[in-house]
Design a protein around this ligand. Structure first.
Ligand code: PLP
Ligand code: TYF
Length: 397
């Protein structure tokens, strides 16, 4: 059966790490995969996570299966975190959460859920995280692309985006990034989110809000604006949530699919379909990461420590944005990279052609994802001048 099977190329983002590791140049810079890194280039375990993990291990008495919706306490804790404890959506019982293997597992399940209930299409802004395409098309959905970002202006092209959204109807799903857009770093403003909410209410399309960087833009409440606004104004919302970045739980594969419905009975009915679809696939999600998150969020001291650590990570990335923009100014790049200081989250797109990207890697050892995406975590005081000099060199006429 497999005798003629051909080797596939590696994942374009994850594969970059191997190329970087194999590069012997001492001044090489890794701006590739979207993993938080500190000033030393390492991705430490958060202190709150290490403490919670010790508590979980000390308290656990069994490895028997968890309930189908995941680690006990995880779903309610994530709902409180994303909606806020005083949320009317929560007090009305309109929201239900199912733990998933990471945000990827949530996206696949969201796609299957929408497909199983008769969704006609799923619309993505262009560009988007490349993995959205295989995850959501494998769920059986027909994907459409509409413009989102203007590469010349280095900003959201809201008029073009709205023109695409205006064509959607009740059987359509629109994927939006909750905050910290991957790969552009350009988020919708609160006013623009309000406009999309008004369009969804009038046209009846279903928003799917992918939230993989909660807490990395402004703070946990401000970063949940889109989720909260849509849930307050619309009868139905799907949310995919990842704990990979904000809890640093990447390899523990911890995330959630959240559904907000018109009432509690409907929320439970749709949740039963989500767990049934999961059962056909991986059955039950891995419990360990979910138990850690539940432990942190049920303990005031651990929650406070985690919030502080998350806010420190977010501030460091924002500081790196300003460092890069400032250094570009000092090198005479006159506003060419100033937009980076205004954007949010781990990523921005450098205005580079494919040839210039190749030159950045081959001639200067600067590793950037195809399309020009950089992870701002990889920028620091020690390498920023090499980065800007390389950019200036690669883009020189
Ligand atoms: N959605 C976006 C936009 C992402 O960048 C990521 C990446 O980590 C995910 C979802 C999935 O995250 P996870 O690693 O938890 O599967
Ligand atoms: O965009 C990124 O870099 C992160 C990590 O197949 C990632 O979201 C990248 C590729 C992939 C899974 C996760």
């Amino acid at each position: 059966m497999f005798a003629d099977t051909k080797l596939l190329p590696p994942d374009p983002i994850l594969g970059l790490t191997k190329l970087f590791q194999d590069d012997p140049r001492p001044d090489k810079i890794d701006l590739g995969v979207g993993v938080y890194r500190d000033i030393n280039g390492t991705t430490p375990i958060m202190k709150a996570v290490a403490q919670a993990e010790a508590n979980v291990t000390a308290k656990q008495t069994t490895k028997a299966y968890t309930p189908t919706d995941g680690a006990p306490g995880f779903g309610p804790a994530i709902l409180d975190l994303i909606f806020g404890k005083d949320s009317e959506t929560l007090s009305a019982g309109r929201a239900a959460a199912v733990q998933t293997p990471g945000g990827c597992g949530a996206l696949r399940l969201a796609g299957e859920l929408a497909n199983s209930q008769g969704a006609a299409s799923l619309t993505l802004g262009e560009p988007t995280w490349p993995n959205h395409v295989p995850l959501l098309s494998a769920a059986g959905l027909k994907l459409n692309s509409i413009p989102y970002y203007d590469r010349d202006a280095n900003a959201v092209d809201f008029e073009a985006f709205k023109a695409g959204v205006s064509k959607l109807g009740p059987k359509d799903v629109l994927l939006l990034h909750g905050c910290c857009h991957n790969p552009t770093g350009a988020d919708l403003s609160t006013e623009q989110i309000d406009e999309i909410a008004t369009m969804a209410a009038a046209q009846g399309f279903l928003p799917l809000v992918d939230t993989a960087y909660h807490g990395f833009s402004k703070d946990l409440d401000a970063d949940a604006y889109m989720v909260r606004k849509f849930s307050a104004d619309l009868p139905e919302v799907l949310i995919t949530y990842s704990c990979s970045k904000n809890f640093g739980l990447y390899r523990e594969r911890t995330g959630a699919l959240i559904y907000v419905g018109p009432n509690a009975d409907n929320a439970l009915a749709v949740k039963s379909h989500a767990t049934s679809l999961a059962r056909r696939n991986y059955s039950i999600p891995p419990a360990h990461g979910g138990a850690i998150v539940a432990e942190i969020l049920s303990d005031a001291a651990l929650t406070a420590l985690w919030r502080e650590e998350l806010s420190e990570m977010a501030k460091r990335v924002q500081g790196n944005r300003r460092l890069l923009a400032r250094t570009a100014e000092n090198f005479g790049l006159h506003n060419q990279l100033s937009f980076i200081a205004e954007q949010a989250g781990m990523f921005s797109l450098l205005p580079l052609t494919d040839d210039q990207l190749r030159a950045m890697r081959d001639e200067h050892g600067v590793y950037i994802v195809g399309g020009g995406r950089i992870n701002l975590c990889g920028v620091n005081e020690n390498n920023v001048e090499h980065l800007v000099r390389s950019f200036k060199n690669a883009t020189a006429p």
